[in-house]
Design a protein around this ligand. Structure first.
Ligand code: NAP
Length: 276
């Protein structure tokens, strides 16, 4: 299926690894020009080099001529300077992105009794206010041009909280409530712009290894035992892959997904037990 987004411009945050990288790859496969963001410049360059090398083949397979443009911005997206850098990267579209994928690593695990105001402010800044700032900077331009797609990478913890991830449960719920209202406003939904949240369950990334290690440390079990226990709770009996996650993101960014907005799309191998 042709997703109809060839030649569009996307900002993909947290794109050097894991789920953000999966989203960037899926968009590049659709011929989308991408600005990749992450903090570590070496990891980012490696990610970009992989996409540049692979994109000619992907485009040729789809019968296209020009591989998409792939740019990088090594910056902390949770800071105003980091966002300004993403919007001013040479050769990029300025604030005129057609697609924005918001993402910035998850907050640390722990016990809420140990978290003070500073810990909460960092989590709220990264996982609630940063996506809102990115939406605020880009959504009106998208609406004026009559097309826009915003996908926020959040977490299954929004539907089924995880005890050691209280900072994530709390901060992401704030974003979820905001998106539910903003996405449905006529000035956005009525002008071809969709905003959706994509909720990962357990995907094979560095972050997952980190949270499983934290659970192992807390319970005194070994990491393999914790992994097996987690897998046994997933009906699909496996963790997801960043490529699978990216493919869902690319679909939400497609022309065909224009009637899906304000939704929380859960990808968790069936782990969430509810009917809705
Ligand atoms: P990951 O493998 O650790 O990758 C995180 C990516 O984000 C890296 O590219 C990292 O690069 C970048 N990043 C982190 N902080 C950043 C910042 N302040 N500014 C710019 N880039 C930043 O994590 P992941 O598993 O892909 O997770 C992505 C998101 O999904 C996280 O919020 C995570 O909590 C959430 N999530 C993941 C899972 C899962 O199973 N994997 C489940 C639920 C929720 P640098 O460190 O170089 O910046």
């Amino acid at each position: 299926m042709d997703f109809g987004i060839d030649g569009k411009w996307a900002l993909v945050c947290g794109a050097s690894k894991g789920l953000g990288h999966g989203c960037a790859e899926a968009l590049v496969r659709e011929g989308v020009n991408v600005v990749l963001n992450a903090r570590n410049a070496d990891d980012l360059q490696r990610a970009a080099a992989y996409l540049v090398a692979a994109s000619s083949d992907w485009v040729a397979v789809k019968g296209g001529k020009n591989p998409p443009c792939i740019l990088t911005v090594a910056a902390d997206i949770t800071t105003a300077q980091g966002r300004a850098a993403a919007f001013s990267v040479a050769g990029g579209p300025g604030k005129d992105f057609d697609i924005v994928v918001t993402n910035a690593g998850g907050p640390p695990t722990g016990d809420f009794r140990d978290w003070g105001r500073e810990d909460w402010m960092r989590a709220v800044d990264a996982n609630m206010l940063t996506p809102i700032e990115l939406i605020r900077a880009t959504v009106d331009g998208m609406a004026q041009r009559g097309f826009g797609r915003i996908v926020n990478i959040t977490s299954s913890a929004v539907k089924a909280p995880i005890d050691i991830l209280g900072l994530s449960n709390g901060a992401r719920s704030g974003l979820t409530g905001f998106v539910a209202g903003a996405a449905r406003s006529a000035a956005i939904a009525g002008r071809g712009v969709t905003i959706n949240n994509l909720l990962p369950g357990k995907f094979e990334t560095d972050r997952l290894t980190g949270t499983l290690s934290a659970a192992a440390a807390k319970t005194g079990k070994d990491l393999d035992e914790v992994r097996r226990a987690q897998l046994s709770m997933i009906p699909a009996r496996r963790f997801g892959t960043p490529q699978e996650f990216g493919a869902i993101c690319a679909f939400l960014c497609s022309v065909q997904a224009g009637y899906i907005t304000g939704q929380n799309v859960l990808a968790d191998g069936g782990a969430y037990p509810g009917t809705f």
